[in-house]
Design a protein around this ligand. Structure first.
Ligand code: ZN
Length: 281
């Protein structure tokens, strides 16, 4: 790789010359923003669960199969609170918005923590493909309506004891009576509501309507679900002479061979990179 500052300048030039910026964001962006699923944050929010279940971080514990819905909802209320309602604005997302504020931009993200909205990105410019911690759905997807959960989450938090919530607070589907679930894509029952489809259409319309130079700014997208952002960005970069791919990734910054002249890779700290670009606006 070229020297850091050379890559920074080259990427900044590509952003300056672009009329359109498509941000593709994965877990690494929220980690960079301080929404860390392990370490101190995990211990601060989950002390009782760590003692009882031996959890090591919020990522692995989110796959844990609890024996009862009372335990499951005690866990999830805490997880949602920690990563959705108790976070607010973050410097990294705020800086990212400043970087693209005067561009035609669009966001596609696999993140479910609502950070793009919380930091002021336009609601009509965000396609969150994998769901949102703040929404509930029928666990059997019997209908495609989503339900805000902020009030329920605070009620569950207040009434948790010994890592359990009272049975009467466990939410059930108002249509079929099955249990509710958080709107996260983890099985075939993920609900894509009307808004999801509207934003999916807007994303593809945005890509189709591009007329001029554009940049794919990919941040923190690994190989968990590469077919959503990483591979399509590579494909579209390969197919378009007007495209540049800027890839920020601590672990997998590499360009594919076919795109190596059109990709600028960074494995450095996201906030440091944003600070450098913003200092040159
Ligand atoms: Zn149902």
């Amino acid at each position: 790789m070229e020297r850091f500052v050379q890559r920074l300048d080259k990427a900044k030039e590509a952003i300056d010359e672009a009329d359109y910026v498509i941000i593709g964001a994965g877990a690494g962006l929220s980690t960079a923003a301080g929404i860390d699923y392990g370490g101190d944050r995990h211990e601060r929010y989950f002390k009782d669960f760590i003692e009882k279940y031996g959890f090591t971080d919020m990522y692995t514990s989110s796959f844990y199969r609890f024996e009862t819905p009372e335990e499951q909802w005690a866990y999830w209320a805490r997880h949602i609170f920690a990563n959705r309602y108790d976070v607010g604005k973050t410097d990294v997302y705020t800086k990212l918005l400043r970087l693209v504020a005067d561009k035609e931009y669009f966001v596609i993200t696999t993140n479910v923590d609502h950070q793009f909205w919380l930091n002021g990105f336009g609601d009509e410019r965000i396609f969150a493909t994998q769901g949102d911690y703040g929404l509930l759905q029928c666990s059997k997807a019997c209908h495609d309506k989503l339900y805000e959960n902020e009030e329920l989450v605070s009620e569950l938090l207040e009434n948790t004891s010994d890592c359990k919530v009272p049975s009467e607070l466990v939410p059930y589907c108002p249509v079929c009576g099955e249990e509710m679930d958080v709107n996260l894509r983890k099985d075939n029952f993920f609900v894509e509501d009307a808004k999801w489809h509207e934003m999916s259409d807007k994303y593809y319309d945005f890509l189709n309507d591009i007329d001029g130079k554009f940049v794919f700014l990919e941040i923190g997208v690994g190989f968990n679900t590469p077919t959503i952002i990483r591979f399509p960005f590579e494909q579209m970069t390969y197919n378009n002479d007007d495209a540049t791919l800027i890839r920020l990734n601590l672990d997998y910054p590499q360009a594919i061979e076919e795109n190596k002249d059109k990709t600028i890779s960074f494995d450095e700290d996201v906030e440091e990179i944003l600070d450098y670009w913003l200092s040159r606006i």
